[in-house]
Structure formats: C-alpha cells, structure tokens
Design a protein around this ligand. Structure first.
Ligand SMILES: [Zn+2]
Length: 460
C-alpha cells in the first residue's frame, strides 16, 4: 500500500490479497433456523466471552440488560424509506412497530421485509463533514442535535444533519435472534453481548468489534444524553447485513469465483523482503483457485501468469462472468513494523473511505454500490475466517473506492494478506504451506458466505 504504483490511488488498487475459494460442507444455516449463523459466517471467528465485571463507573451505573428472548427467533426487517433528499427526507423505520420490540417481534412471523437503502437520507449536509479535510468528520464545532420521536421502536437522534440510531434500538431489534444478556455503557465503552454475539465499541471511535473481528465504521460512534449512537448508514450498510445476511435484498446466486491476482508484468506492486507482491499475489491466487475448486466452485483467474492486466480489464472479466463473486488478492507494504491483515469493501454511498487515498467521499455512488450488503458480508466471511485461524494482527474490514471494486457488478472484495515489507510476515507469505492454509480458510469463507445468503439467493 505504499509507493510507486500504489500512488495512483484512488484509480489504482493498492496492495490487496485476493483470497477467494470456497468449498463444501459447512453447516451455516439461516438466522431464523439457527441463531448461531453469525458465527458460521465468521468461519468460527465468533468468540464467546463475557464482558468484564462492572467496575465502579464514574458517573452512571452500568446499564443492565434485560434481554427477553422471544420464541419467534426471527427479527423484523429494518425498513427505511426516504422521500426526497436533504432535509425533506422522511424516515420510516418499520417493524418493530411499537416501542416494545420483543413483543412486536413475537407476532411478526411472516417473512421479514428486506432492508432498504438508506443512502439518500444520509447525504452530506453542509458543515457536517468535509471530505477534503480528512478521513473523519470534524468535531471541532458544535453540531445541532435533534432527538426525533421514536419511530416504529427506533430511537433516532439527528446530529449535524446525520441520522443516528441508539444502541438500545439495535439491541431490541436483533434481540429475538441473538438473545442479548448484556448491555453496558461504561465511560466511553459500549458492550452488547450474548452467548452468540458480542459487539464492542467506543464513543468517538470508528472501530466496531463484532465477535472480536474489527470493522471500521463509516462514522464514529456518538453519544447523546448517555445514549450510545451508531449512524443509520452504518446500521444499514454494515451492522444489518453482517448480523442478518440471510435477508440481503439483492443477493445473487453464484457458482463461480473470479480470482484476481493483483499487479503483474511491469507492475510489480510492493517490493517485499523475499520477493515482489505481484509474484506472491499470483501464487496466492493459484492456491485459492485450488481450494475453491476442491469445494465445488468454478474459478476464473484474471491472470494465470506474470502478465499486466489493467484494472478495468480485471473488472471487465468479473462483470462478464455470470453467477460470480470477485476476490482480489494483494499484499501490503509499509514500515518494517507494520503487520496484519485487512479486507476492503467498497465505500457505501454518502460515506467516506477509511483512508484519505481510498477515494474520499463517495458522493454519488458507483456501480459497485448495488452490492453493498453482499460486499460487506463477503468481506466479513473472508476476513473473519482468516483472522480466526491465524495469529495475524487484525487491521480490520475497511472501506475504499478501489478501482476494481467501484465498477464491479458482482459482490467483490480486496484482501491484503500481510505485509511483505515485514520480515516475519513476508516469510510467511513466501511459504507455500502458509498460502495453502490461508487459501483453505478463504475457501471455507466462500462456502460460509454462500450458505449465509442462501435463503436470500433463493428468492431470485
Ligand atoms: Zn497491491
């Protein structure tokens, strides 16, 4: 991710690894059938742990949760409709339709409605966020706060023109599936947990840990009157598709994986200690191909040798391959101490990239945004599968408008499989055994992903 060819970003795709392989036999089941599906989507990454014992909180008693699990086990869908943009937008958060979601949920036995796009309502408003000023919204000036009346059980707080939902609303909404037993705000720290799922966040931070897998939110967690708030965009574009992938609205069935080895030919990519990124990426792609084929998938390689292929050419291959998903493999570069794995999904419309060179603020949306929910679910499956099996530093699931993602009509991600500029990590990357093991994890992840979305795919 450093110099040279990577400096062309956002047009260029920086160092990523493409790990895409899928295979058979995973018992991922739908949320409504088996609440533990989330763990399965994570490829076993879910860890069950309990929050630390409440210590004397400076100001407030840690909130206690009262989680009453309903027998339904099936949450209603978040429905967010917008009529018009800007300040005229109207938000409707349907189902739960009362402020006591568990009860509401219990009677919602019919098929939940799919989540609707939220982007038009989350448009940037003047003074709220300056995409040129950095990666994070400025908090230097006070922002207007409006607490809207609860709508269908959803508590919405508008800060600086952006909608946020309270953590309580999120808990209530997903409680039927996850049976939360812990809801705690302690200082800036927030915990929401059950035996199946643990969310951890910190006010002011963009990091969200879900079962100890790191996600980078589009907007920092906020707090108002003691309530922890997540942006509505993050709810719709990250939290919901990850917690409830079986109802991703436009999921498409796939039996083919387009595996993209980053760089090639005159584009060597990062110069690592034991070789060039382009060569490692090709070797990884070949290993992933093997793992996916072993799991019953068809595989198309964007390149099978040391050839240069334009970024547009890679996208064209993906778009021309029916019933496919797209996995791009790269390796990272940085200072000698930099290590870890990161997975990139396309920045949602009306959100900013995680890093400044990642395409900035996605104002108008791009082709790839049609797959937002599938993109983040796929990123989750792959990232969590690898992180849970290897002792890598978790750099998180991040957002950027990399060229191979912006134009891709299929669900796609970019995977960076380690830093070739770090001695120990490059040694791993250079190991065939390592590549095979990571490829197996990626293969399992693709299987998990397809199973997690199976019911959504069946609707089409
Ligand atoms: Zn690269």
């Amino acid at each position: 991710m450093t110099s040279g060819l990577h400096s062309k970003i956002p047009q260029a795709v920086t160092a990523f690894l493409i790990l895409a392989m899928a295979s058979a036999s995973c018992d991922v089941t739908r949320a409504e059938d088996k609440p533990g599906f989330f763990k399965k989507l994570f490829g076993g990454g879910g860890k069950t742990e309990t929050p630390p014992a409440p210590t004397p909180a400076p100001k407030s008693e840690p909130a206690k949760t009262t989680s009453k699990t309903t027998s339904s086990g099936k949450p209603p869908r978040v429905i967010i409709t917008t009529t018009g943009g800007g300040s005229k937008k109207k938000v409707e958060l349907n189902k739960p339709t009362t402020s006591t979601p568990p009860k509401t949920v219990a009677k919602t036995e019919s098929k939940p409605e799919p989540i609707k796009d939220v982007t038009s309502s989350a448009r940037r408003t003047e003074g709220e966020f300056n995409p040129d000023a950095g990666d994070k919204p400025s908090s230097s000036k006070p922002e207007a706060v409006t607490v809207l009346p609860a709508n269908g059980g959803w508590e919405i707080v508008k800060i600086g023109g952006r909608d946020y939902v309270t953590a309580e609303s999120i808990r209530n909404f997903y409680n039927p599936v996850y049976g939360f037993t812990t809801f705690r705000v302690q200082g800036n720290h927030f915990w929401l947990g059950s035996s199946k799922l643990i969310l951890k966040a910190q006010v002011g931070s963009q990091e969200l840990l879900i079962n100890n897998i790191k996600f980078i939110l589009s907007f920092p967690v906020q707090e108002h009157n003691g309530k922890v708030l997540f942006s509505r965009l993050d709810l719709c574009k990250l939290i919901d598709p990850v917690l409830y992938p079986s109802h991703i609205e436009n999921a498409e069935y796939f039996d083919t994986v387009v595996v993209d080895a980053g760089h090639g030919g005159h584009d060597a990519g990062a110069r690592g200690i034991y070789g060039y990124e382009k060569d490692f990426a090709l070797k990884m792609a070949m290993a992933v191909r093997t793992a996916l084929m072993q799991r019953g998938f068809k595989v198309i390689l964007t390149r099978a040798n040391d050839t240069f292929i334009s970024l547009g050419g890679r996208v064209a291959i993906a778009n021309q391959t029916p019933k496919s998903i797209f996995l791009s493999f790269h390796f990272n570069s940085g200072g000698s101490a930099a290590t870890g794995i990161e997975t990139w999904a396309l920045t949602p419309q009306s959100a900013a990239a995680t890093i400044s060179r990642g395409g900035g603020y996605n104002i108008n949306g791009v082709t790839g945004n049609k797959q937002d929910s599938a993109n983040i679910a796929l990123a989750t499956a792959v990232h969590a599968s690898v992180i849970s099996r290897f002792k890598f530093v978790d750099r998180g699931i991040k957002r950027a408008q990399w060229s191979v993602l912006t134009g891709c009509k299929r669900p796609g991600i970019l995977f960076e499989g380690g830093f070739v500029t770090n001695g120990a990590e490059c040694q791993l990357v250079a190991s065939e055994t390592y590549r095979q093991q990571v490829s197996a994890a990626i293969g399992d992840a693709v299987v998990n992903y397809r199973k997690a979305l199976e019911s959504a795919m069946a609707k089409r």
